[in-house]
Design a protein around this ligand. Structure first.
Ligand code: NAD
Ligand code: MG
Length: 406
């Protein structure tokens, strides 16, 4: 059953918790380390991993003294090794080294690598039955059913970190799942919530990553601007909570105070609220099932005065429609959606394509690739790779037909 294994393990209390952070040098990694440093005696860090920032990973390692550090990009190995000379910390590099770090015996693993690159390392931790604090939503978008099956098979525990899913987890009655009528997934609307398509057409990377409420990595910030983030989160929620796609609604809530809501059959709507600070949902997963102290600013509703809501605009934000359609189609569509989005966001950030081209390229890639069954991890890897190639090489379908007629 989809959703099995979510929130399953009971944490040992009163002992030092062993932790690993995959994606330690990113925004979620920073927030996780901030929390760990506030109670250094409560944790022992087993492994830290990063993509290519050797200097930052080395500084984190000197502070937290893990057994092992791993860089995904082998080019940084020498720098990392030199920076950690004289310590007993094992240094490794390459994609396999990141998986090896995930395989070491830590009870709690923060899965905070961005993108499908996080799939194999996170699955490595799942397969040894760890408690997984899941920030990496792309895992569930590109391989949702396989990922959830692995969680159930290996007795792993999945705790959602994404603020919306963490909110839902906190108010979701897993014993009366059949009495949940809807999930209301809230979205800030991002930096272009009120912008016209004309304005978005000329949006720069700097404008797109300037999120009004949250401070996050570049990729998720662009996803928030296109609203693909909420599309990815729709698919994430579908796999985590085992509801029908039609039971998950998206609601724009510009203040990012209500992090999401669950509606029950009796009409009750339960919500989780808080200031927008990822340290709150991360702390929830770090202490679970106990609650920790976390340093986020307290909510002052009287000062805020009002909370507002609006329906999403699918015409200005086509990514929302693309993600929902991909979820309805199933099979390879979500894997293609995710891969095409990742490469298109990267190209936008490098100034190679315009902001509106991101969703257009995703749509075009979905149209150009036939739907296929996804039954193994190898299927996911092959489809992901092909979608990246198609998305990079692709011309707009409409344009190429038009060009041929000219
Ligand atoms: P980020 O870009 O700040 O950090 C990403 C981390 O992944 C870095 O440590 C980087 O070194 C590592 N990484 C990148 N490419 C890699 C590769 N190929 N192999 C191995 N490691 C690699 O991103 P972030 O904002 O911290 O987000 C991380 C994940 O958490 C994303 O999936 C994002 O959607 C999700 N998330 C983030 C937030 C947030 O507030 N930042 C909120 C909800 C969910
Ligand atoms: Mg979110």
């Amino acid at each position: 059953m989809v959703g099995q294994g979510i929130g399953k393990a009971a944490a040992a209390s009163g002992t030092v918790k062993t932790v690993t952070i995959l994606g330690a040098t990113g925004s979620i990694g920073d927030s996780t380390i901030d929390l760990i440093q506030r109670s250094p005696d409560a944790y022992r860090v087993v492994a830290l991993t990063a993509h290519r920032n050797a200097a930052k990973l080395a500084a984190q390692a000197r502070l937290l003294r893990p057994e092992m550090v791993a860089l995904a990009d082998p080019a940084g190995y020498r720098d990392l090794k030199e920076a950690l000379a004289g310590t007993s910390i094992r240094v490794a590099a390459g994609a396999e080294a990141v998986c090896e770090a995930a395989s070491l015996d830590a009870e709690w693993v923060m899965a905070a690598i961005v993108g499908a690159a996080g799939l194999q390392p996170t699955l490595t931790a799942v397969r040894r039955g760890a408690v997984i604090a899941l920030a990496n939503k792309e895992c569930l978008v590109c391989a949702g059913s396989l990922f959830m099956a692995a969680v159930a098979e290996h007795g792993a525990t999945l705790l959602p970190v994404d603020s919306e899913h963490n909110a839902i987890f906190q108010v979701f009655d897993f014993d009366q799942r059949h009495k949940v009528s809807r999930i209301l997934l809230t979205a800030s609307g991002g930096p272009f919530r009120t912008a016209t398509r004309e304005v978005m057409a000329v949006a720069t990377p700097a404008q797109a990553v300037a999120h009004p409420n949250w401070s996050m990595g570049a990729k998720i910030s662009v996803d928030s601007a296109t609203m693909m983030n909420k599309g990815l989160e729709l698919i994430e929620a579908y796999h985590l909570f085992g509801l029908a796609e039609s039971q998950i609604e998206i609601l724009i809530h510009p203040q990012s105070v209500i992090h999401s809501m669950v509606e029950y059959a009796d009409g009750s709507v339960l919500a989780q609220l808080g200031t927008p600070d990822m340290r709150t949902p991360i702390a929830f997963t770090l202490g679970w099932p106990a609650r920790l102290d976390a340093p986020a600013a307290r909510l002052d509703l009287a000062a805020l005065k009002s909370l507002s809501f609006e329906a999403p605009d699918h015409d200005r934000f086509p990514a929302l429609r693309l993600a929902r359609t991909a979820l309805q189609e199933g099979k390879s569509a979500p894997t293609i959606l995710n891969a095409a989005n990742e490469v298109s966001v990267a190209r936008f950030l490098e100034g190679e394509i315009g902001f509106l081209e991101i969703a257009a390229r995703v749509e075009e890639t979905l149209a150009r690739m036939p739907s296929r069954a996804v039954t193994t991890l190898d299927d996911v890897i092959a489809i992901d790779a092909e979608a990246r190639r198609v998305a990079i090489s692709g011309r707009r379908v409409g344009k190429s037909i038009g060009a041929a007629a000219e």
